[in-house]
Design a protein. Structure first.
Length: 432
């Protein structure tokens, strides 16, 4: 490339100082084109079009520079170099233009100079590419599952409470209308960790033939102001579009903590938004077909407004599994493992007080014992009763710390009989 003339150097300096000055940049491009430097002229014209996409002079200059690839075009009145000879071009005479302009070739040549102005695909006329639809699918909504309450081993009292408070009114719309039973409100499951609250929620969704949308604090909270409230609103909007749908609010004490104890205004606003969504944004019909279940280990940390009538007004205590439930859980976790001479009834008795998660750990630990013994002896053996009893002996009930905390609440904070079922259980177990 030839060296720049003093005039072009001065113009380059001026353009660098004022890059948005389109007339100045086009003047530089015109001089470059007149000196036969079409590639440099194209770059300057492209930069001008970036600042002024509709500028006719910039477009005309771009076309002039692109129409003579491979040869140098001189100013009017100068010689134009043509392979094999030099010829004079009369002053003010323009070279013949082609009937069309190859925009694809132009785009390839200036692609490195001019970045794309728009990167999103245009929305289709049928609305299938509507960002709102894509945004709605951002939440993981599970299709109606095959899990039913019959798959929940034991827990007869829990099932009876679910049937009376939640399922029977839904299955019998005529009786519901006769007795004036409202479907407003939701169900709060509480109890020690690892006792199957999430599994029960999925079973309820299966009984209803509804989609399942599980929501945790990570799905809602956002570092930017207003985004957490928007996420909460979009979750319920998604559930309304996919109705019938069960919205499962996991760890409700994190999503709906008591606002009086919350120092950050963003968290208080998120709780306010949750209250609004539970109320159906002005009308109960807005949440038609949306069933809200929530779970927490510490219901005493949940904001009281969430538990008033019409919201999460029904409460169900989910305790460590009873005998039949423990037997069903043990059978499930041993079903694909090599076992022999295992007495599930006896094993269920010695594991009294263990949660579902504890029972799964018992089966895992027994399998590890048998595997390690087989590796050391070189002879593969089955998992036996001895392995399971030894594993159960080593497991400390994970629910005990929870009951230690719940005992104080049951004794001193049972306002309005809110935790009567917990008090009854603690007395039955002689923990109160």
């Amino acid at each position: 490339m030839p060296d720049d003339s003093p005039l072009i150097q001065s113009l380059r300096t001026a353009v660098a100082a004022a890059p948005a000055d389109v007339p100045l940049r086009l003047h530089l491009a015109e001089l470059l084109l007149n000196e036969g430097r079409s590639e440099a002229a194209v770059a300057e014209a492209a930069a001008a079009l970036q600042h002024a996409p509709g500028d006719e002079r910039a477009r005309e200059l771009m076309m002039r520079a692109m129409e003579v690839p491979g040869r140098a075009m001189e100013v009017p009145g100068r010689a134009m170099e043509v392979p094999g000879r030099a010829m004079e071009v009369p002053a003010r005479q323009q070279p013949p233009r082609r009937p069309g302009f190859d925009w694809k070739a132009a785009e390839e040549q200036v692609g490195d100079v001019v970045p794309p102005r728009f990167v999103e695909s245009p929305v289709r006329a049928d609305g299938q590419d509507d960002p709102g639809e894509a945004e709605a699918e951002a939440w993981d909504v599970e299709a109606p599952g095959t899990v039913r309450l019959a798959d929940v081993g034991g827990m007869r009292e829990v099932k009876d409470r679910l049937e009376a408070a939640f399922l029977a009114p839904l299955r019998n719309p005529e009786l519901r209308k006769l007795y004036g039973k409202s479907l407003r409100g939701g169900l709060l499951l509480y109890g020690p960790p690892g006792c199957g609250k999430t599994f029960i929620a999925r079973a309820v969704a299966g009984e209803l033939g509804a989609s399942f949308l599980s929501v945790s604090v990570n799905d809602v909270l956002d570092m930017w102001i207003g985004n957490s409230e928007r996420n909460m609103h979009e979750i319920f909007q998604t559930a309304r579009r996919r109705a019938p749908c069960v919205v499962f609010l996991d760890e409700l004490d994190a999503l709906g903590a008591k606002r009086s104890r919350t120092a950050h205004s963003g968290m208080r606003n998120t709780v306010n938004q949750l209250l609004t969504e539970l109320d159906g944004i002005g009308s109960a019909e807005a949440n038609e077909g949306v069933f809200v279940l929530a779970a927490t280990n510490v219901p005493w940390d949940v904001d009281n407004a969430l538990r008033r009538p019409g919201r999460l007004d029904r409460t169900l205590l989910v305790l460590p599994p009873d005998g039949p439930a423990r037997e069903a859980i043990l059978r499930y976790h041993l079903r694909e493992r090599p076992i022999e001479n295992v007495d599930l009834g006896k094993l269920a008795k010695v594991t009294d007080g263990l949660s579902g998660a504890d029972l799964a750990h018992v089966c895992e630990a027994a399998a590890e014992r048998a595997l390690l013994d087989s590796a050391r002896s070189g002879t593969v053996r089955m998992i036996g009763m001895k392995d399971l009893l030894a594993a159960a002996k080593d497991v400390v009930p994970s629910a005990e710390p929870w009951f230690a905390s719940a005992r104080n609440v049951a004794m001193f904070a049972n306002e309005g009989g809110m935790y009567d079922d917990l008090v009854a259980y603690l007395k039955k177990r002689r923990k109160l």
